[in-house]
Design a protein around this ligand. Structure first.
Ligand SMILES: [Zn+2]
Length: 405
């Protein structure tokens, strides 16, 4: 078979023209623009004899039937954030399309079935919950939680997704699409600066970070800044500030990532010592033991800091997800292919979650390939990956698929 990465570049451009504007990609899931992308992909697949089916969670499956029902699946997502980038998700789907096209052009039937999946609502913009399509297929969603969500315009999930042929009631049926899957592989832009710093275009991905997100709410005492002595204050903002640097320093010491991205202060007046503060803390790590240890150390330190500052603290767990390790054998294939392609094998974990983590949770052998992002920018029209990097990534992904088929 002959893979032609330039066709991926052309498809990316065509999709950007069709579903974007001056502000970037506008393929918010469950919108007419996203539906246009689904129709466009269906037509592209149809041109090379790949069957396109939308499942009950809005996922789109392109199938090139082989002699056996055992399938190799390549996937990612076509939905974007608003004012999104040209490559996030789309690259993985369109690389899969190109592999399907090249396989079809051989005119020979493969022994295994080849599938491309474009997962619905990876980004989670509409409902504030990401990985809905892949979560449905992997059966990892708590449907009672999904039912409670509301769209940006206030519609219920059921109301909005029904218009696109999907239904929460039927999510569990979507698992059939992975029933015969022997492997799932995904090419994605890195969305971070690591490869750029290493000066190489490609990396095998070992897995995705687990996350531990919780809230610390401090209650102190409101005092006049000028009138109250420094000693004896109960400053809720000082407590929060100490925790913010502690979270950063703990991540630097134990590895992984850790940040406070949100802080609220009451009453937030220029002239008053803060009576209350609330921060949301998030840790991420690819090792569950370290992730849990980090969470314990920081939670204990928060209580200690609160005591030292004379304020009360309440801790509320908000969300957590364990790290996902990709299939060691598949990862080793990617490592070998990456090494052949660029003269040096690189393996890194993924900070952000991806559809691949859900597929792995369903027990399907899974691995990913990252391609270099410029300045680590994503979810922005400034998102950029060099054409030559994309060509190499498509060739590398294809080499892996050829070995698996
Ligand atoms: Zn993505």
């Amino acid at each position: 078979m002959t893979i032609n990465p330039d066709r991926v570049l052309r498809d990316l451009e065509e999709l950007a023209q069709l579903t974007g504007n001056g502000g970037g990609a506008q393929r918010l899931c469950w919108t007419p623009t996203w539906e246009n992308a689904r129709i466009w992909l269906r037509d592209k697949a149809g041109q090379v004899g790949m069957q396109s089916d939308n499942d009950e969670a809005g996922n789109q499956w392109l199938t090139l039937t082989g002699e056996s029902e055992e399938a190799i699946v390549v996937g990612s997502h076509l939905d974007s954030v608003s004012d999104g980038g040209k490559y996030d998700g789309a690259l993985g789907v369109l690389a899969g399309l190109e592999i399907g096209r090249a396989l079809a052009e051989t005119g020979k039937r493969q022994s295994k079935t080849f599938r491309v999946v474009s997962f619905a609502d990876e980004e989670g913009v509409q409902f504030g919950r990401s990985l809905i399509g892949s979560g449905a297929v992997a059966n990892t969603l708590r449907l009672e939680d999904i039912r409670k969500l509301r769209s940006l315009k206030g519609e219920s999930v059921e109301e909005l997704i029904n218009a696109y042929g999907a239904s929460i009631e039927k999510f569990e049926r979507t698992g059939r699409w992975l029933k015969n899957a022997r492997a799932y592989v995904e090419l994605h832009i890195e969305q971070g600066p690591v490869l750029e710093r290493l000066g190489k275009p490609l990396a095998a991905v070992s897995g995705t970070y687990g996350a531990d997100r919780y809230q610390a709410t401090f209650s102190g005492r409101l005092d006049h800044i000028a009138a109250s002595p420094m000693i004896g204050r109960k400053d809720a903002l000082v407590a929060a500030a100490r925790v913010i640097t502690l979270v950063r320093d703990t991540a630097l010491r134990l590895g992984g990532v850790g940040s406070v991205g949100r802080c609220e202060v009451t009453p937030n007046f220029t002239t008053t010592v803060a009576e209350g503060s609330s921060i949301i803390i998030e840790h991420g790590h690819d090792d569950l033991e370290v992730l849990q240890r980090t969470g314990r150390i920081v939670r204990n330190a928060i209580r200690q800091i609160a005591a030292e500052e004379g304020v009360d603290v309440r801790l509320d767990d908000l969300w957590s997800t364990p790290p996902v390790r990709f299939d060691p054998h598949l990862v080793s294939i990617f490592e070998e292919v990456v090494g052949n392609e660029q003269g040096k094998s690189i393996t890194i974990p993924s900070g952000p979650l991806h559809d691949a983590a859900e597929v792995a949770a369903a027990g399907i052998p899974t691995a990913m390939l990252f391609v270099r992002s410029r300045d680590g920018i994503s979810h922005s029209p400034a998102e950029f990956t060099d054409d030559d990097d994309i060509r190499q990534a498509v060739v590398a992904l294809n080499s892996v698929v050829e070995r698996l088929l």
